[in-house]
Design a protein around this ligand. Sequence first.
Ligand SMILES: Cc1cc2nc3c(=O)[nH]c(=O)nc-3n(C[C@H](O)[C@H](O)[C@H](O)COP(=O)(O)OP(=O)(O)OC[C@H]3O[C@@H](n4cnc5c(N)ncnc54)[C@H](O)[C@@H]3O)c2cc1C
Length: 423
Amino acid sequence: MSEPLCDSLWRASAPQGPTLTPLIGELEVDIAIVGGGFTGLSAALHLASLGVSVAVIEAQEIGFGGSGRNVGLANAGLWLEPDKLDKAIGATAGKKLYDTLASAPDYVYQLIDKYQIQCEATRNGTLHAGVGKLGLKQLQRRYEQMSRRGAPVQLLGSVEAQQRIGSTKFNSALFDPRAGTIQPLAYARGLAHAALQEGAKLFDHSSVQKMEPTSKGWKLFSEQGHIHAGKVILATNAYCEYAAKQQDQKFIPIHYSQLASKPLSEAQLASILPNKEGVWDTCTVMSSFRLDQQGRFIFGGMGGKSGALENWASQRVSDLFPTLSKVEWDYYWTGTIACSEDHIPHCQELQPGLYSVAGYSGRGIGPGTMVGAELAQWLTGNIESLSIPTTLLRDVPFREVKRMFYEIGAHAYHLGQQSHALD
Ligand SMILES: Cc1cc2nc3c(=O)[nH]c(=O)nc-3n(C[C@H](O)[C@H](O)[C@H](O)COP(=O)(O)OP(=O)(O)OC[C@H]3O[C@@H](n4cnc5c(N)ncnc54)[C@H](O)[C@@H]3O)c2cc1C
């Protein structure tokens, strides 16, 4: 079983989701969706608004997976540098995917507006913060590639980056005004309300334990019920349980943990992220930080929840922001990222009528929402193809070794940085 969601700030501060019940008895729908995160909920919302009968079956609660645990940076595009995307899937497919995801923040904020989703939506841009010479080079590369594709990004020099962030430790920042921050669990819960409003059926605390092909499609079995569906979407990403478990092997699970402070003072808020952008840095063992609406400072770093990570986070935060030298953490939680080998999400048709979407590689708010919307159009024959690749993924070779590499690497980095800071 995955890590609990109960220690998260997002769970403590999100408005209530809809009251749902487990799946009991028998149901027939056109399309069944396994997993109540951004992908599954967006697909359900869009399918239902096209008049398709659709049901979402969630094993735990809405937003239990990556959708309810993430940093909340609603960014454009993918992690992958645009030229690398073209290299991985070809220039034509790369352009199509890039263009689709360039508009993802617009689409997310339009949905928030349309369905009046209360999710602390703030659209003041995000800052990719440069650390060291390599960090600056990376940002220059990204700036050049994104500008060439028409993105309105700005490469900030050290003075402006430091002023915008409120820390002297960064030499540059790539500002993307298209992006923003959201309260991710609140967004997931809001999508669930919207999907219900459009006529989708949603069930929680019901894990799909088994799936069988039938003459008309598929039969899905949960603890207390079953669903007959023409088609099935597995939208379980890194949180594959039971029937979705076979998908685990297609990506490397990477843990990422976050801590949220008590609300900062007025004086601290005047200097730390005064424009409320969300930030992540260029370090190989990445960290992120942002504020929420209550003025809490939220800091994240790669790796599972551990004492070493917490100590490192406190040390790093006080190094970046001396006024936070005595930071007290109220919340501390972990999530799992599904990193595909090519860092691109894939939709696979595993068997006729059985689709799986996975591998967001840490960028799933915009992409998950867009992929859900596209799936609805594609499965109803309104568009010929998706923007993401529909090739089958192989099982990741040496997956466990790679998982350990990231986990131990992050742990060693945090310990090393701490002892360095103590020297
Ligand atoms: C810590 C962290 C930080 C991140 N930060 C960002 C960010 O700032 N910006 C960004 O764009 N992206 C970010 N991401 C990525 C983003 O959160 C994910 O890509 C996205 O949430 C994936 O959504 P999803 O709907 O595909 O899957 P999920 O939200 O993971 O949902 C999958 C659901 O499937 C359910 N499930 C699994 N098996 C079964 C079963 N057998 N039966 C029924 N239900 C089942 C699970 O319970 C789960 O709720 C982050 C991810 C993590 C983990």
